[in-house]
Write a protein that binds this ligand. Structure first.
Ligand code: NHR
Ligand code: GAR
Length: 219
């Protein structure tokens, strides 16, 4: 069974969908630890509720990113994971850390990458006058939000949309997207080869697989 470590910084609703998917058998994986850089992250409570080991590594206690990442790697390796999932994790990781987990670390990002890497994605999409927004799951590489995309889901941007309304609409799609991708990985169907994401032996397109959102009411 695939051993999964999830890194969070906040509410952990994406973590919850992974916990649920592993618990109900949809995802053939086991969440072996949840690690947060924030002691007050609500996601830690979700993990505890599910009986999963939690750890807090407060980045402010470290002199620089290298030292934080070294402590993080030490704790991750303790759990011997096959896969690491960033789920609302808010600290940029060093190239050395990323290299250590090459092909074994995923992130869910709240934009249709390559549009809007980094922060404040929803406001940026609204300000640009875009007609749709969405989320992308990608392999983590040293380039921030620049690793090979695996799957995307889109939602409409409505007239007079606010960043927080749009964020809710996107999050609902994230909750479908991330469990699907983690399942593919756990089933051994998803790999990273020469910086290219491969699903079922076939290279994925530049934006990853588009998850169908047509039959899902986007409110
Ligand atoms: N690290 C690497 N090397 N590559 C990626 O693709 C990464 C990563 C670390 C996190 C998630 C990402 C997102 O999905 C992620 C992808 C944090 C920031 C950021 O600016 C940007 C992107 C992401 C996560 N963080 C600030 C920092 O100084 C802190 C911001 C805060 O605490 O609010 O690290 O969006
Ligand atoms: C999600 O929308 C995720 O895509 C985004 O934060 C939210 C976390 O929600 N991630 C980032 O912005 C990473 N910088 P959650 O804690 O409820 O899963």
């Amino acid at each position: 069974m695939t051993r999964l470590v999830v890194l969070i910084s906040g509410g952990g609703s994406n973590l919850q969908t992974l916990l649920d998917g592993c618990h109900n058998g949809d995802i053939p994986a086991e969440v072996v630890a949840v690690i947060s850089n924030k002691a007050d992250a609500f996601g830690l409570k979700r993990a505890q509720q599910a009986g999963i080991a939690t750890e807090v590594i407060d980045h402010r206690q470290f002199a620089d990113r290298e030292h934080f990442d070294a402590a993080l790697a030490e704790r991750i390796d303790h759990h011997q994971p096959d896969l690491i999932a960033l789920a609302g994790f808010m600290r940029i990781l060093t190239a050395g850390f990323v290299a250590r987990y090459q092909g074994r670390m995923l992130n869910i990002h709240p934009s249709l990458l390559p549009k809007y890497p980094g922060l404040h994605t929803h406001q940026r999409a609204i300000d640009a006058g875009d007609t749709d927004a969405g989320a992308t799951v990608h392999f983590v590489t040293a380039e921030l939000d620049g690793g090979p995309p695996i799957a995307q889901a889109s939602v409409p941007i409505k007239e007079n949309d606010t960043a927080s309304e749009l964020a809710k609409r996107v999050l609902a799609q994230e909750h479908r997207l991330y469990p699907s991708v983690v399942r593919w990985f756990a089933e051994g169907r998803l790999t990273l080869v020469n910086n290219q994401a491969i699903l079922d032996g076939t290279p994925l397109p530049k934006t990853g697989r588009l998850l169908d959102t047509a039959n899902h009411e986007a409110t």
